[in-house]
Every structure is written in structure tokens, then in C-alpha cells.
Design a binder for this molecule. Structure first.
Ligand SMILES: C[S@@+](CC[C@H](N)C(=O)[O-])C[C@H]1O[C@@H](n2cnc3c(N)ncnc32)[C@H](O)[C@@H]1O
Length: 197
């Protein structure tokens, strides 16, 4: 049975997810395919992607308001109407997506690597979030993951290989090369790609 503290935390999370559902509908409507970048940081990559793919509706999410303000400024300077940014935690955003799967493409570029052994459970790409992604993804949805961190790359590869809903596309050409803030900083790149079965 959940303790009082756990029950309180679950209630708080449920309230955030409900509130997010409203903001999400405002930002990208309630239906239709979506290209999602999780942890979009300063927005360099997604703004370039949206500009090059005017037919796609794009959404970038991040935890940090300051970074999202930079994303918004970039979007405004280029006058792009097909990309929106939201302050949201990724697992909560996925839980807030409506019943019908909407995700066509998902990008996770240089996610926080949580390098210490005791921190690895905080990494985003693992079984519980692959379940959430699979639920929100349309059949054929492409997932592209890039990191500089060898151990996270290996662990993410194992999690993808073990998941029944994702089929590896490793070895396929990277869908869209454009700098990210952290790619410029870290240089190293290790990729995984997968497709929703
Ligand atoms: C290392 S930065 C990479 C940013 C960008 N993708 C790049 O390559 O420049 C990781 C970003 O993910 C965001 N982030 C971390 N955990 C997150 C989560 N659970 N939900 C949403 N964003 C998250 C952080 O705030 C940060 O901006």
C-alpha cells in the first residue's frame, strides 16, 4: 500500500498531467501527427528541423524555462508556425497525450546521462518510458536517440532490443543533421534508431 507521502506525490503528478493536457491542446491541438523532441534545450536543432519540414507539426519540451525562452525567441525570429515549445517533464507529457497515438517521430538528443551508478535509474530511455512512448506512437513512428555517453548508449540499446514494441533501425542514415548546443560542446556522437512496430 502507498504511504501518505507516495499518495501525495501521485496526486501532485496527476494534477500536473491534467494541467499539461490543457496546455498541450492549446499548443498543438488535440489530434494529428506530431514530431516530438524531448529535452530540446536551447532549441537550435528543432527550429532548424521545423524550418526544413514545413509539413510537420513539431513540439519541443524541456524542464527549464530559461532554455524555452531561447527556443521561443528563435522560433519568433524565423516566423515559424509549425513548431511549439512547452515546459514539461517528458514522462508527464507522454501521459498527457490523448488516447489516440499521435507521435510520428521522436528525437532525444544528448539527454542528461546521469553518469554515476546510483543515478542510472534517472535516465529517460528505459523500459517504463519506452512503454509510454510506444503507447503514444503511431505504427511506424521513428525514434532517434543520440548521446556522447558510451554507457548510456549501451544501456539504451539493451532497453530497445528488449522491448517488444520497438524494432531496431540501427545503421540507417540519421534523419536530420543539424547542430545542437550540446553536440557542439561534446563532439562525440553515438546513435540508436528504432521504429514502432
Ligand atoms: C544535456 S541537455 C541537451 C539539450 C539539447 N537536446 C542539446 O542537445 O543541446 C538535456 C536537456 O534535457 C532536459 N531534460 C532533462 N530531463 C528532462 C525530462 N525528464 N523532461 C524534459 N526535459 C528534460 C534538460 O533540462 C536539458 O535541457
Amino acid at each position: 500500500m502507498a504511504t501518505k507521502g507516495q499518495a501525495w506525490a501521485e496526486d501532485q503528478r496527476a494534477a500536473r498531467v491534467a494541467e499539461l493536457r490543457g496546455r498541450l491542446a492549446e499548443a498543438v491541438g488535440e489530434s494529428g501527427p506530431l514530431t516530438l523532441e524531448i529535452g530540446c534545450g536551447h532549441g537550435h536543432w528543432l527550429v532548424a528541423y521545423a524550418e526544413a519540414h514545413p509539413g510537420e507539426r513539431c513540439l519541443g519540451i524541456d524542464l527549464l524555462g530559461e532554455r524555452l525562452r531561447k527556443c521561443e525567441a528563435k522560433r519568433g525570429r524565423r516566423g515559424l508556425g509549425n513548431v511549439a515549445f512547452l515546459k514539461a517533464e517528458a514522462s508527464e507529457l507522454l501521459d498527457a497525450l490523448p488516447g489516440a497515438p499521435r507521435l510520428d517521430k521522436v528525437f532525444i538528443l544528448y539527454p542528461d546521462p546521469w553518469p554515476k551508478r546510483r543515478q542510472t535509474r534517472k535516465r529517460f530511455l528505459q523500459a517504463a518510458n519506452l512503454d509510454r512512448l510506444a503507447k503514444a506512437a503511431r505504427p511506424g513512428c521513428r525514434l532517434a536517440f543520440r548521446t556522447d555517453h558510451a554507457d548510456y548508449h549501451d544501456a539504451a540499446g539493451r532497453a530497445l532490443a528488449a522491448h517488444p514494441d520497438w524494432e531496431s533501425l540501427d545503421g540507417e542514415a540519421w534523419p536530420f543533421e543539424s547542430p545542437t548546443f550540446f553536440q557542439d560542446l561534446l563532439r562525440d556522437r553515438r546513435d540508436h534508431q528504432a521504429r514502432r512496430r
